[in-house]
Write a protein that binds this ligand. Sequence first.
Ligand SMILES: Cc1ncc(COP(=O)(O)O)c(C=O)c1O
Ligand SMILES: [Zn+2]
Length: 419
Amino acid sequence: MARAVALQCTRCAARYPADHYAEDCPACRTVARSNLTVVYEDGLRSTRPKPGVDAGRGLWRYGDLLPVTRAEAVSLDEGSTPLHHLGGAGGLLGMPRVFGKDESRNPTWSFKDRLACLAVSAAKKMGAEVIVSSSSGNAGAAAAAYAAKAGLPCVIFTFKGTAGAMVTQMRAYGAKVVAVENKPDRWTLMEMAVRQYGWFPTSPFFGPVVGSNPYGIEGYKTLAYEIVEQLDWQVPDWCVLPVCYGDALVGMWKGFEDMMAFGWTDRMPRMVAAEVYGSLGSALASGADALPDMPKTVDTVAVSIGATRGTYQAVNILRRSGGTAVTVGNDDMLRWQQQLAAKDGLYVEATSAASVVAVEHLRGTGTIAKNDTVAVLLTAGGLKDPDVTARVQPESLVLPPDIGKAVSLLKAEGLFPNR
Ligand SMILES: Cc1ncc(COP(=O)(O)O)c(C=O)c1O
Ligand SMILES: [Zn+2]
């Protein structure tokens, strides 16, 4: 375990006490609201796991670099997800080295388990009595599962009209799911729950959003450690991920920084955000630290990253890494969702396919070179939101109850040979 000694502003580096987890940086507020990040006593130290030596699996394979011990952690055996080579023999889009990190293989079927594991573990350690999250999707499902494991009550604020598999999933874990009619009301209520009643937020809890709980974000460092180990300690040229508030983007970057500091690796990747409404792209172009709230121009199939405003913590990493942001549309996400499933056997949430859309775009502009090594984060599985996929699928063939007629139909459709 690493001992957290403070929380530091991601923008001005001002330091706050380590239990200041539920605030942004007051010193930055007049310019741009910014999230805090965990800093450790005397920096971090660790040794690289060696082949053949059992260093354990999941997040605690890198337990030296996390702020809770394995024994005090609330864990469901998250992490150690596969990194698949994509595109078969010809590669993806003719690129031989594109790899997909399949985060649907986590306990609640998304990457948010890495965040929920660390955030709920921190909550338990700090003596929190209630876990609270604002989410209509994966973050809420993960918070609910880890709260259940911790034996803590969990309340999820969502909004009216949210439906589907993920709400059912949250409820199954025993969370109280409450929907507000007016979307911004969730921030007012959550802020009250956190500040007045001491509930522990795993997600953002006020607007404009700065990002999620800093302890939770530490869990995402393991994405970087795992990808690099899976690539035989090579750093990819590009890491591409669907981004909403940028928690995973920030966490991964910290993980890459750690490995450079330890001498495990000798360079950093460029980070790419796939987004829906272009807030990060707009801030990159203008140089602003305060993120613009963009017009909601389309009804996106990538509901999980459907926020119209990005965060400072995310744009900061895109700038520092020499990366970029790509705005992605519904048709492209659904096309890649279908293609990854049909060609690579990976049925991912439409949101996750956004990473591949961004790779296609950047390959098209020549930004990503043919032989670059690219790691794309496939953040969640397709069964989280199957309705958007079903909408574009053709009707299934329904066979009549007469076998003779059924066979004729199968022949007419070319499924049975015509003999
Ligand atoms: C499937 C999926 N992908 C990506 C994201 C974006 O996450 P982040 O806030 O870490 O940018 C989310 C959640 O918001 C998500 O549910
Ligand atoms: Zn600051």
